[in-house]
Ligand binder design. Sequence first.
Ligand code: SF4
Length: 314
Amino acid sequence: MERRVFGPVPSRRLGKSLGINNIPYKICTYQCIYCQLGKAVRMQANRQEFYRPEELVGEVKTVLDSIEKENEYPDYVTLVPDGEPTLDIHMGELIERLGILNIPVAVITNASLMHLPEVREELLGADYVSLKVDTVQHQTWKKVNKPHKSIRLEAIEEGIQTFARLFTGKLVTETMLIRGFNDSYDELTQTARFIRTFTPETAYIAIPTRPPAFRQAVPADEETVNEAYHIFRDYLDKVELLTGYEGNAFSSTGHFREDILSITAVHPMREDAVRGLLHKTNDSEDALILLLEEKQLEKLQFNGHNYYLRRFSK
Ligand code: SF4
């Protein structure tokens, strides 16, 4: 039988996350070009019963009981199947039952069913909700997310805004950048403007880090990710990058090398800030040059300033 509970696994966003597959493998409302399940996805837009919530919660309890050290205990239990978790008609009951375990509940959803009042209602019970917003352009949405034919983008957008007004937990968005599809200046500006209408706590910009099923899904490069970061920052308070380095983000070790690698994995760092860090850690510019030579860092220009970004393209 397919494993339904896995982890805890480390996650930059969630700390230690115990994952729950609340739907069978590969069932989704989308068939994103960057999905590693890709062409194998079985598409559907109707919610249905897959598993009994009490069975899933029983499996979660078994895993929790087997954890011996307190520091290995999960920070979140997360509905994050290889597919779309809101297709589970019992999602609301599952979230409710998980809540009794006194561990915050997270849901990572592609947001495609946010037009359904019952899905929004059920998600209100979660502590953390991550919504996919790759684009707000209809044509691009069709090309990038390849949605089930019964789903409407405008209805999803309205649903997201309605949900955000009521949700008291932590709301974040995730935008996956695919070269030549949704990474132009206009696209990014429109996406950022839409996200601003419901002010999530953090807007994440991601690139595919695992091989996609469709070959045309090439990750945006550093230059574009840097630009996307700045465009999003013009509209949104908190923007972070998810480029494949979970790292030790934001923790200052007092060591230039570790600090700059962990910070630039999350957001581009302006040259003056890098110089400030060198000064703080008593390092010379050689340490910076070495990282550029090792191709760990990339130097990029934006709006007349130099920025450094963690290198992620091959
Ligand atoms: S929403 Fe997620 S699981 Fe569904 S096709 Fe897209 S990437 Fe794959």
